[in-house]
Design a protein around this ligand. Structure first.
Ligand SMILES: NC(=O)c1ccc[n+]([C@@H]2O[C@H](COP(=O)([O-])OP(=O)(O)OC[C@H]3O[C@@H](n4cnc5c(N)ncnc54)[C@H](OP(=O)(O)O)[C@@H]3O)[C@@H](O)[C@H]2O)c1
Ligand SMILES: [Zn+2]
Length: 336
């Protein structure tokens, strides 16, 4: 099979021929049809994940079909359409920590980090990492839901915001352009915050009631004019820009951060205290959360805006994501 791997941290993608992997006990093999390129693939490309073993095939926005199942797998059958996301499965109740938290168990595996991901024609995943794709979603749309989609959908549905609340999506990229669509469909008064005006028309088309250009003027003043945000979903990977939004929150507002900038956030504790505000991180979700995301998206007509590239043009595709030029998700396809 063809695969695109990173052989050493910081190196370019290498297109290689590999043997098609065999699924072990409790695993399934997926014939990949499409795989989105997430900003988090930078972690693999640049060697920013502690302990990551190379060579590694990145990719955790996988859509395809079950091609073979390992011993003991009864819930999945050859031919079923499935997705695999960032969350790469784990033991049912981990003997080591007994946390019972499927998403956060210390023994969880991460797709494209702990094992090879979807920048390849085939990949193998634990059966517990797999979600079923509804018929109406084509693979190149289902892929981006497996990380970008589930992360923002799951963050918003667990954010504590209620319909009618002012909810902000900061950073209109892969995650953000889906966040705007979900926020609108969940019944929030939806604000998109981007830098510059060039994404305004698209953000409004995706469902934003308001658009704020953080590049001109003070976004927090604009948010306070709207009454203050119950939730700010920060997807732009820039610590300074995220920190600067805190005063745009209402009393009891929450700055919810899936974005993963390398630098620390700097927040005013006084602002937290006086407004009883909070800052929290967000981790994508389990396979069940991904399936909920796929189903909600099919039900309510949420679509990723995608740019397709064949696997052979992986370097160009990655650069399109990394430059911020993509509108809005770059997806690798395996068919040509
Ligand atoms: N927690 C999780 O589970 C999880 C899951 C997936 C991704 N992530 C992280 O989430 C972040 C976003 O990922 P992604 O795939 O959506 O990345 P992406 O497609 O590259 O989008 C990021 C967007 O942020 C915008 N941006 C950058 N700096 C900005 C600023 N100062 N102000 C406003 N907008 C700004 C960029 O737009 P312009 O450059 O055009 O302004 C770009 O469109 C990354 O840090 C990624 O690692 C976390
Ligand atoms: Zn991701």
């Amino acid at each position: 099979m063809k695969a695109a791997q990173i052989s050493k941290p910081g190196e370019d993608f290498e297109l290689v021929e590999r043997d098609i992997p065999e699924p072990g006990a409790g695993q399934v093999r997926v014939k990949v049809e499409a795989c989105g390129i997430c900003h988090s693939d930078v972690l693999v490309k640049e060697g920013l994940w502690p302990g990551l073993q190379y060579p590694r095939v990145p990719g955790h926005e996988i859509a395809g079909r079950i091609d073979a199942v390992g011993d003991g797998v009864t819930e999945w059958k050859k031919g079923q359409r499935v997705g695999v996301g960032w969350h790469g499965g784990h033991d049912f109740v981990c003997e080591q920590c007994r946390c019972g938290d499927f998403a956060m168990c210390i023994n969880r595996k991460i797709t494209g980090i702990d094992f090879d991901g979807g920048y390849a024609e085939y990949m193998v995943a634990p059966a517990s990492a797999v979600a079923s794709i509804p018929d109406e979603l084509p693979p190149e749309e289902a892929g981006p839901f497996m990380c970008a989609g589930v992360t923002v959908y799951n963050a918003l549905r667990n954010s504590g915001a209620r319909s009618g609340d002012l909810v902000v999506v900061h950073g209109i990229g892969g995650l953000g352009h889906l966040g705007v669509q979900y926020a609108r469909r969940m019944g929030f008064e939806t604000v998109a915050v981007g830098r510059g005006r060039d994404k305004e028309a698209l953000a409004r088309k995706l469902g934003a009631h308001h658009y704020i250009d953080s590049g001109t003027g003070d976004a927090t003043t604009e948010l306070q004019k709207l009454g203050g945000a119950r939730v700010i979903l920060a997807t732009a990977p820039n610590a300074q820009a995220i920190s600067g939004l805190l005063d745009g929150l209402s009393v009891n507002g929450k700055l919810l951060v899936p974005a993963a900038p390398a630098e620390p956030l700097i927040v005013s504790v006084l602002s937290l205290i006086m407004g009883r505000r909070s800052v929290a991180g967000w981790y994508s979700g389990t396979a069940r959360d991904s399936q909920d995301t796929l189903e909600f998206s099919a039900l309510t007509g949420v679509h990723p805006m995608i740019e397709k590239y064949p696997l052979s043009r992986v370097a160009e595709a990655y650069e399109q994501m990394h430059s911020g030029k993509a509108r809005f998700r770059v997806v690798l396809t395996m068919s040509s």
